[in-house]
Design a protein around this ligand. Sequence first.
Ligand code: 16G
Ligand code: MG
Length: 556
Amino acid sequence: MEGQPSMLLQAASAFHPPPGKKITYGTAGFRADATILSSTVFRAGVLAVLRSLKNGGAAVGLMITASHNPVGDNGVKIADPGGGMMAQSWEPFADALAGAATAEDFVEIVLVFAAKEEIPIGRLEKSEVLLARDSRPSGATLIEAAKMGIASVAGAVAIDMGILTTPQLHWMVRQRNRGWGSSEMDYFLQLSNSFRSLIELSGEEPMASGYDPVLLVDAANGVGGGKLKELVKLLGAGIEIHVRNCGEEGEGLLNEGVGADFVQKEKTIPHGFTAQDTGKRCASLDGDADRIVYFTIRANDENKVDLVDGDKILSLFALFISEHLAIIADADDEKEDKKTKKKTLGVVQTAYANGASTEFLREMGVAVALAPTGVKHLHAMAAQYDVGIYFEANGHGTVLFAPGFLTKLQDLANLCSGTMREKAARTLLAVSEVVNQAVGDALSGMLLAEVILWHRGWSMQDWASLYQDLPSRQLKVKVANRNAVSTTESETRVVDPPGLQDAIDAETAKYNAGRSFVRPSGTEDVVRVYAEASTQAAADALAASVALHVSHYLSA
Ligand code: 16G
Ligand code: MG
């Protein structure tokens, strides 16, 4: 390993962590004001190489983005060789790297960790990092810092994929490691080809269809707008997507009054949309296009929108997929298949899922599992089913197909040529292609939602009325130390501080259909409160009283 320590030390000495500021690998990577991030990003470059070396040199992704944060922020996160988020077991190491006070400390931490994990650093072994950034101006310099980090490990190769959405990079990593086409055009072609296959497999549009071919998309003035425009060129007839807030001259700032986070939290019309769009089917992406919600603008209430959130997207997907799984199983003479059908499909939500959505899914006969907040938790749980669908209410989510199940579908399609079963199997295969199985992807999720609406001949009203959301309220409470709150049972129950859960239970019992939980945020210095009840006034009151208990228990 001669030379490697001094190579690392020399490179690391050019970067200085911000004094007195601790940046941690939170729910979705490191995130902070862009001006203090270069040392963190340099070190994340080294981290990505180590991750690749640990995985026999497989490609790893490094994405520069701060998603829905303001334009002055930026961030960095690592995608593992499978295309998913970096293994959680490495997060403490990531924190230690970012937090090392000096270049010497940093090198020491790298070398000790590499020795412990038997990572062949400095032996010129193959390792590869695919890099990309979203449209933030600060990304250009930060990506150079990441490249310097990568170059400081002997034998490491950096491949700059340019400006991409986060899910595009995750997809590319997954494809590349499977030896499949991983260019941006491959991505666009896979999505558009499978979209068109799904339309063809659906046959004729239903009579008296309520589906409106026009879709208005708010791209948050982020990276997704331009990408969506590229994709639209390949979709063919039948759908008319108008993209707004692409971040072009005069369109406003990234994530400011626009985007999925804004629309979902504020339930307010994003910039670039007016009363003239009332009743139209609209969708909002977030700044790096890994999240999507739909909405319509309310008549006579110009500023407000009716939201179709992640829960309803999930419900739509679950309905369509279970319908097709049922065709496959129902046509089977053997009862065996019918019995296993329900285990085949599973959905994963978080405690934030509206109670009405969970009830709707359970009534459909689908297994519903609960995961803690954060894509990585939901993704891991969904991967346990043959077909696993996961969504957070905020619009992060996708559908996962187990490799063995895809083979089964392929065999079935070949065996049952000319039957309904073949069509159902081919439809599910096309769904597995249109969705991004590496990570939730606003563009691919949108295509699947559109196909399903088209197939059913549904208007936004049809979709929205799948079930009626229970009134809910979210609050945040500023506390001295949010980490004094710890939870269990997928964040539905508080363990610490003692007594707080009993207080929440006592409040909840006062309300019809009441439900409430609290958890420390992973991205902000607050404790979040969620409450649900049969009326809005009750949900508001429940949330307010639980928030008071949080303040009380955490101020002591
Ligand atoms: C991050 C997570 C998101 C989660 C949110 C919760 C990813 C890619 N993103 O944005 O899944 O819903 O954090 O934020 O994992 P909170 O902890 O502040 O409530
Ligand atoms: Mg995002």
